[in-house]
Design a protein around this ligand. Structure first.
Ligand SMILES: [Zn+2]
Length: 69
């Protein structure tokens, strides 16, 4: 099924058994558990990006990734 990629905000694929999230746009690949934690961790920023996607979303996503560890 299609889900929103947490990295590039485009369309990512969730495998039918919910085991793997993969995105062809940015080569993201992580387990669904990691995906959930990733989205939860970035929830505030994620919402901000969605609410102001026309802005500097790419720059914000980049800095978010740098801070995520
Ligand atoms: Zn992506």
């Amino acid at each position: 099924m299609k889900i929103k990629c947490p990295r590039c905000k485009k369309s990512a694929d969730l495998s039918p058994d919910f085991s793997l999230v993969s995105c062809a746009e940015c080569d993201l690949e992580m387990s669904y558990g990691e995906y959930v934690k990733y989205v939860a961790h970035n929830d505030v920023t994620y919402s901000d990006i969605l609410g102001d996607y026309a802005g500097s979303a790419a720059t914000q996503a980049g800095s978010t990734l740098d801070e995520w560890d």
